[in-house]
Write a protein that binds this ligand. Structure first.
Ligand code: ASP
Length: 609
């Protein structure tokens, strides 16, 4: 028996017990003739005492950090207790020890506040994983995994594996491809998600499917994305949107309860995509705080919502607002007290290239009810008051106003809102707010490709009352500059996203399940009949054999874990993540392969950069 107990297990009531422990040497401290060693394993740290006799042996075989040690000894009460660790009331009086393995000096300290930078920790990820901070994240990940599995199992979902070597799935990203040796010149694609398989499983009658599964997308790695990531992927038959929303908000609530001990009793809020864009400037609003956007001016766009405030800024000869497509405002609580310096900093902030605004106008709504503004040359105090009221400002607030082209201004205002929310401490890590965003547009128009693209994916169905619009209209657009007037621009999807604290944690849709409509969809996306049969003949074929109405959702498992763990980074919750260039620096992958392998695959490198 290597060990009788773990290093996190022994307590005062075990005093007098003879035990065997095994673990890693965390620290060695010599005090005259006695040596103290902290022994660490996955479960904790236990203090060992090497008495005078054993100390001499240690002189011959010195212990270093991260040595693997087995000890035998007796549990005894500690005189100098440590209340920080669970085993802090005891120590082990060693009678025997065996060095099971030596260790080179680790390149960074195995501690919460390690001295190792990101790169070195990734290179030696197996050592980084020994650190408590990382271990806690993986434990949380496992807890989320268990909780999800339990809930889904209790609700009759069946975990069914789907293949990784497949044909391309259209999830909107580039595929990773794998050359086939047995079928030379041909390639598999790695799944961007199991989308078509889970739909086929519905056709096969497995009416509740789930999988905690890897997905692969060859995207440029914007902040905090991984080329391979994990989804909790689910699909159900004989359901409408409402059934899915209920089933899966309960899943997330269950995870809150199991993993964080949080009873999420509030009803999950629901918001249309249009309202989300309108009031928060993006489709995944953080609703932990208010500061909704007030539209003072906007062009004709995909948003049908009207603004009643357009008149407030008109006819004042203020060229910045007059010439702008869009003017948006937010009221910042307590902001009237901002100093000149703070406002200058915020102005610089919105001018950064990532935000891309030309400037920031503001109106102080002072506690005494007076209004002072950076634009009071153009607007009387009465007008400023009307703008303040429209934006929902209270005395003591400041109203910030951005102007520019629609998309950029909406995005910038949304970013500014989040930044101010952060600065004001309104985005609390331990507060969780769920939101369903609904009624997304089914199509987006790609001006680059001059065609419609599916906003979610091509298997998403339109709202039932809009199927007719889809079937009866020709998707082809004569005048691309006027695509908004095409009936397709107004079709809404039977799709839903779940948002948690401003992050999209899941998304899905009710699917198309009739061949005719699916064909129409492919055609709308500019696919010829031939192409759609070549790419999705299997699915179209399956729809001819009694496909049930079905729908599903997939949650971003890594992201969900990172939010529950209070971290910005999904990497912290993945045992062996890739860096921002998609590299595994520990394995040094990707890497070149042997000439013989290339030959076998009939692949010749083109030698181009
Ligand atoms: N397969 C979709 C995705 O990965 C999710 C779904 O529609 O169920 O986004």
């Amino acid at each position: 028996m290597f060990r009788s107990h773990t290093c996190g297990e022994l307590r005062l009531q075990n005093a007098g017990k003879h035990v065997t422990l095994a673990g890693w040497v965390q620290t060695v401290r010599k005090f005259g003739a006695i040596t103290f060693v902290d022994l660490r394993d996955r479960y904790g740290i236990t203090q060992l005492v090497f008495n005078e006799h054993l100390n001499n042996q240690l002189g011959e075989q010195p212990l270093g950090r991260e040595f693997v040690l087995q000890i035998k000894g007796t549990v005894k009460e500690r005189s100098n207790k440590n209340s920080v660790i669970d085993t802090g009331e005891i120590e082990i009086d060693i009678t025997e020890f065996t060095i099971l393995n030596k260790s080179a000096v680790p390149p960074f300290t195995i501690q919460d506040d390690t001295d190792g930078g990101d790169d070195i920790r990734m290179k030696y990820r197996f050592l980084d994983l020994r650190r408590n901070a990382v271990k806690k994240n993986l434990e949380l990940r496992y807890a989320v995994n268990r909780s999800a599995r339990n809930y889904l199992h209790e609700n009759h979902f069946m975990d069914i594996e789907t293949p990784f070597l497949i044909k391309s799935t259209p999830e909107g990203a580039r595929d990773f491809v794998v050359p086939s040796r047995m079928n030379q010149g041909q390639f598999y694609a790695l799944p961007q998600s199991p989308q078509t398989f889970k739909q086929l499983l519905m056709v096969s009658g497995y009416d509740r499917y789930y999988q905690i599964v890897k997905c692969f997308r060859d995207e440029d790695l914007r902040a905090d994305r991984q080329p391979e990531f994990t989804q909790i992927d689910c699909e159900m038959s004989f359901v409408e949107q409402e059934d899915i929303l209920n089933m899966f908000e309960e899943l997330i609530k269950r995870i809150f309860l199991d993993v964080k001990g949080i009873h999420y009793t509030d009803a999950v809020e629901r918001m249309s995509w249009e309202n989300a864009m309108w009031q928060y400037g993006n489709d995944k609003p953080d609703i932990r705080f208010g500061m909704k956007i007030c539209t003072l001016k906007k062009p004709t766009s995909v948003f049908t919502e009207k603004t009643d405030h357009a008149g407030l800024i008109a006819d004042a000869n203020f060229v910045v607002f007059d010439s702008a497509e869009t003017v948006l405002a937010i009221a910042v609580p307590g902001g009237a007290a901002y100093t000149r310096k703070q406002l200058d900093e915020l102005t610089e902030w919105v001018k950064r290239p990532q935000i891309g605004m030309k400037g920031l106008a503001y109106i102080r709504y002072n506690e005494d009810g007076s209004l002072k503004s950076s634009i009071d040359k153009f607007y009387s105090e009465d007008r400023l008051k009307l703008i303040a009221d429209a934006s929902g400002a209270q005395k003591g607030d400041i109203i910030m106003i951005l102007a520019g082209t629609e998309e950029r201004t909406r995005k910038a205002t949304s970013e500014l809102r989040l930044e101010l929310g952060e600065q004001l401490g309104l985005r609390k890590k331990d507060e969780f707010k769920l939101l369903w965003v609904l009624d997304f547009p089914l199509f987006e128009y790609s001006e680059d490709d001059n065609r419609w693209v599916a906003r979610h994916h091509p298997f998403t169905s339109p709202k039932p009352d809009q199927i007719k619009t889809m079937i009866e209209n020709n998707p082809v657009i004569e005048d691309a500059s006027n695509y908004l007037s095409h009936p397709y621009a107004q079709i809404k999807a039977n799709a839903y996203d779940m948002v948690l604290n401003g992050n999209e944690i899941g998304g899905g849709s009710i699917r198309i399940y009739q061949r005719e409509l699916q064909e129409k969809m492919f055609a709308a996306l500019g696919m010829s009949e031939e192409e759609s049969v070549h790419k999705f003949g299997f699915l179209l074929g399956a729809f001819e054999y009694g496909a049930p109405p079905h729908g599903g959702i997939a949650f971003g498992f890594d992201r969900l874990c990172s939010i529950l763990g209070g971290s910005e980074s999904i990497r912290d919750f993945i045992a062996f993540p890739k860096n921002n260039s998609g590299r595994d620096v520990m394995l040094d992958a990707p890497s070149s392969i042997e000439e013989t392998q290339l030959k076998e695959l009939q692949i010749m490198l083109r030698g181009e950069k």
